[in-house]
Design a protein around this ligand. Structure first.
Ligand code: RIB
Ligand code: CA
Length: 321
């Protein structure tokens, strides 16, 4: 089977961690590396968390490459209120024995894109700072990018202001570089990710299955629920970042359409995504991507469960080898 070459840029992050599990479990990807960015927590913490997830899954052959420690125009504003002091509070994982790969994320992305015999797909599930830095620094490599799947934005929803979603809000200039790049960008914003939830009553699915990966996810959900269920009143934990990865495995579980997507940089709407979905009147040649707004939640949940089962089986096989 032809595997899709991907690089995942992330800021683990409870939901980033679960998105990484889906990617690690899938046979569909040639995961060329994981790059980390400041977002949910500082770059040092998001990088450490990515290393912890790979070590848990016994997948330390996958490189973790740190990138930007701040957005383009200001200091990062972390989401300690959502993800805690470590950026992945709740689960207790050992200090990783592996170290970050000694390159800069944008340079690593360029190196892998250059080496890749086919076009590369990029996934961004933190602020888009690293992806934008790569796009600005290596314009000659844009033609070797198939598409970019991002978690970000929202048509009718915001979570850092009433209009702006955290990843785009933290670095709107970077998000605008991505939407202006002419590379097809697939946005999985809050409209779909707030439907892509693991319900409180479904947490026990993970708690009741044996194995370190299921227990890790159960611990992630318990902590994530403090904010999303306890404070924000959602019926479950939104698997924001898993949408950007699951859609590369099976796009048919998502509903969206081609759109013109732009990013506001100034005033009260700074960090908001402007999404033109008008059936008429829209300059169709202006379309620069796809915006998704619904998901087949049972299929999505099953993919997460199946991914955890696959990883548990892989871990057992490695332990018995
Ligand atoms: O707004 C949700 C996004 O911000 C997710 O990617 C979450 O991990 C945080 O980075
Ligand atoms: Ca994230």
């Amino acid at each position: 089977m032809n595997k899709t070459p991907i690089i995942i840029d992330c800021d683990p992050g409870h939901d980033d961690a679960i998105a990484l599990l889906i990617a690690l479990a899938s046979d569909k990807f040639d995961l060329r590396g994981i790059t980390t960015v400041a977002g949910n927590q500082t770059l040092a913490k998001t990088t450490l968390n990515a290393l912890k997830v790979l070590e848990l899954c016994k997948r330390t052959e996958v490189k973790v490459v740190p990138g930007r420690s701040n957005p383009f125009m200001k200091e990062v504003i972390v989401a300690k209120d959502v993800h805690g002091e470590s950026g992945m509070d709740g689960p207790v994982l050992p200090t990783p024995t592996t170290k970050p790969y000694p390159m800069f994320a944008a340079e690593f992305i360029a190196d892998e894109v250059e080496k890749c015999p086919t076009k590369m797909t990029l996934v961004a599930v933190g602020p888009f700072t690293n992806i934008a830095t790569f796009l600005l620094a290596y314009p000659h490599l844009h033609s070797k990018i198939e598409k970019i799947h991002v978690m970000g934005g929202g048509i009718y929803e915001g979570n850092r202001t009433y209009l702006a979603e955290f990843n785009v809000w933290n670095d709107p200039e970077a998000a605008k570089v991505v939407t202006n790049s002419k590379i097809p960008v697939h946005f999985f914003g809050l409209d779909v990710t707030h439907r892509a939830v693991i319900l409180k009553e479904e947490f026990e699915i993970f708690r009741n299955e044996k194995g370190p990966v299921f227990q890790f996810v159960a611990d992630l959900l318990d902590f994530f629920a403090i904010c999303y269920i306890g404070e924000r009143g959602l019926p479950g934990c939104p698997m924001h970042d898993s949408c950007a990865v699951a859609s590369l495995i099976d796009l048919s579980m998502f509903v969206g359409e081609e759109a013109f997507i732009d990013v506001e940089l100034d005033g009260k709407t700074r960090g908001a995504c402007v999404v033109d979905l008008r059936p008429v009147g829209r300059r169709v040649d202006a379309n620069n991507g796809f915006f998704y707004y619904d998901v087949d939640r049972p299929r999505f949940l099953q993919l997460i469960i199946d991914s955890c089962r696959r990883l548990e089986s892989d871990i057992k096989a490695k332990e018995q080898a």
